[in-house]
Each structure stands twice: as C-alpha cells, then as structure tokens.
Design a protein around this ligand. Structure first.
Ligand code: COA
Length: 331
C-alpha cells in the first residue's frame, strides 16, 4: 500500500455509566467474596449501564469528548468505526446509531467485532484510511454493555465484566509521532473457550450455561488466562522488535484490562516495570473493547502521557484474537 500520510491519535474521550456494582453487592447475588475477587482479579467495582439507556448514547458521549479533545468539529469526521461485541441491535449497527446521535447523516459507519481486541483491530483499520489519504479524520469508538450478556448466577464470569465507552479521533500527524506498527492475529480453533451465542447455539452451548440460558457469556477462565499472558507478552515483543526497538524503549504499556494477575504475568515475561503498565481495572472491571481507549483517555487527561512517548496498546479476547500496536503519542 502506498503510504501517503502518517496516522496518529488526535483526541480521546470516554464515558462510564454512573451506577457502580461493588464486590460487596456481588456477595449478595452469588456465592463469592470481596476477598476472592480482589485477590484473583484485582477488581473492586465495575460500572453498569441503566436498563433504559441504549449503548449508542454512552458511545456518542465518549465520541463527542474525543472530537472536542481533537480540536475539530464533528462535521470533519469522514468515517465512523465502532468496536463492540454488545451492540444494541444486530442492525442498525452501533456505528450507525452513534452517527445518528452525533447527527452526522451520510458518513459511512460500520462495526467491528474482535471482542476485547476490537479497539486495536479498529484502530489498525482506521490507520489504513488515514495513511492512504482516503480520510482526513476517522472516529473510532469502542463501547460495551457486557452486563446485558452476563449471567449473574455464574460466579466464574459475573465478577469480571463491566460497561463503558471510549473513543479516539484518528487523523494525519505531521511529525515523527503517530502509529509506528501493528501486529494482530486470531485463533478460531480456540474460540470455544469464550462464547456468547447469538442467533444459533449448539446443544453443548446450552448445556454449559445455567438453565440453558442462551445469550450469555461462557468462559473457560484458565484456558483464556494461559493464552492471554503468553500472547500479550509475545505480541508486545513482536511489535517493538519489528520497529527495531526493545521493550525497554517503551514509556508505557496500555494492556487490555482483564485481570491484574494476567497483567503481572505478562509483564514478568517481558521483564518490564509494572509501574509503567497502566491499569484501571480495580474500578472498571473488564469492559472488553472499551478498556484500552478508556485507559488512554484517563492517562491523557491526567497528564500521564507526553507528546513523543512511545507506547504499546496490547489486547487479547474472544475469537480468540490478539493485537498489539506501537505508537508515539501525538497530542
Ligand atoms: N468467587 C468465589 N469462588 C470462585 C469464583 C468467585 N467469583 N469464581 C470461581 N471460583 C472458584 C471456582 O469454583 C473454583 O472452585 P473449586 O476449586 O472448588 O472448583 C476456584 O474458585 C478456582 O477456580 P479457577 O477458575 O481455577 O480460578 P482462577 O484462579 O483461574 O480464576 C478467573 C478464575 C476467571 C478469575 C481467571 O481464570 C481469569 O481471569 N481468566 C481469564 C479470564 C479473562 O480475562 N476473560 C476475558 C477475556 S477478554
């Protein structure tokens, strides 16, 4: 592909639901304890979307924040990509609903489902549209309402997930900053370890779930854990070495926020200081595709990211999928 321009993140935004679900509240719902959840996952609370609020509205608020942060007007957006596995409708897709909320009639809008890796995949797609000159500004919004597909009778999963939205505006950057490289992949043969049936389910799918519930998460936690810790380390190493850099050159790592123990395990493999690994999962739980853009927005607004910082965004998720992106912060 002819690369005419360099792509980078120009603005970030996020929006979390106000309602909190604490570990203490979960103790009243399933047989669990604050001690177990904190020790095994690092999570203390997660946010839960109101029943009557469409995810598109939460996503649109995050998008508006990102557009404002980028210093552009919304009419300059030429493409909307929404990363999600929990859209309000199968059709219209979430991106079209966000487009409607933003009153950007006519702008192309599509969804991308790569589960928790969705934001990295979507950013990589947006990067192509910027680099080949097809678009000047692309809105990448990642939003999840995982509480709507969580079985609150299944203690192995319900303690992990939360809701939220994060967004970025991707556009041309003039200097050396911006996206340097990306590596991504998928292992469909491992997909059965983390599933949410939708329009079709097998006998086995129904047997795995409490009372044969259909549209809820089922996960083999330890299989996913092993995959996650290994692939996050491998993907990070690959994306930095492809750029003739080493992990020690990174100012921060922004990993998908699934479990504090996965982060520690991955970081240990990388021999990278844990203090430079951003984490907010204590207060958000796992918000799938939205996890990394929410972290980026928090870190950027808190002044923890400086222009020129070299960072890696790294995620894994259902599919099973993974992706790592190396960039130099461009704001
Ligand atoms: N509260 C109390 N006990 C629980 C529990 C809970 N919420 N969830 C599971 N347990 C119990 C299990 O029933 C099991 O009991 P048993 O030994 O009597 O059968 C015991 O705790 C250990 O279960 P196990 O599944 O081995 O725990 P774990 O240390 O692997 O932790 C996860 C479970 C889910 C936290 C962990 O595997 C994990 O984080 N996996 C990755 C999940 C993930 O990130 N998914 C998202 C992908 S994007």
């Amino acid at each position: 592909m002819t690369k005419l321009y360099k792509a980078g993140i120009l603005g970030t935004g996020s929006c979390l639901p106000e309602r909190k679900l604490t570990n203490a509240e979960l103790e009243n719902i399933v047989e669990t304890s604050d001690e177990w959840i904190t020790k095994r996952t690092g999570i203390r609370e997660r946010r839960i979307i109101d029943d009557d609020l469409p995810l598109a509205k939460l996503a649109a608020r995050a998008a508006e924040n990102a557009i404002h942060d980028a210093g552009i007007v919304k009419e300059e957006i030429e493409l909307i990509i929404a990363a999600t596995l929990t859209p309000d409708y199968l059709t219209p897709n979430l991106a079209c609903s966000v487009q409607k909320e933003l009153q950007l009639s006519g702008v192309p809008a599509f969804d991308m489902n790569a589960a928790c890796t969705g934001f990295v995949y979507a950013l990589n797609v947006a990067q192509q549209f910027i680099e080949n000159g097809a678009c000047r500004y692309v809105l990448v919004v990642a939003a999840e309402a995982l509480s709507r597909v969580t079985d609150y009778q299944d203690r192995k999963t319900c303690v992990l997930f939360g809701d939220g939205a994060g967004a970025t505006v991707v556009g041309r950057v003039e200097d050396s900053a911006g996206i340097i490289g990306c590596t991504a992949g998928a292992y469909g043969e491992l997909g059965h370890n983390l599933t949410i049936p939708c329009l079709y389910s097998t006998e086995e799918d129904r047997e795995k779930r409490n009372e044969g519930k259909k549209q809820v998460i089922w996960m083999d936690g330890s299989e996913v854990f092993t995959f996650a810790a290994r692939i996050m380390a491998e993907a990070t190493l690959r994306v930095v070495s492809d750029a003739q850099l080493s992990v020690g050159d990174l100012d921060h790592i922004f990993p998908h926020q699934a479990n504090a123990r996965i982060l520690k395990n991955a970081v240990k493999r990388l021999e990278y200081p844990i203090e430079k690994v951003y984490s907010n999962l204590e207060h958000t739980g796992n918000i799938s595709a939205a996890s990394i853009p929410v972290c980026l927005d928090e870190a950027s607004k808190a002044g923890r990211l400086k222009k020129g910082d070299k960072i890696v965004l790294v995620a894994f998720g259902g599919g099973l999928t993974y992706g790592a992106m190396l960039l130099q912060w461009s704001k």
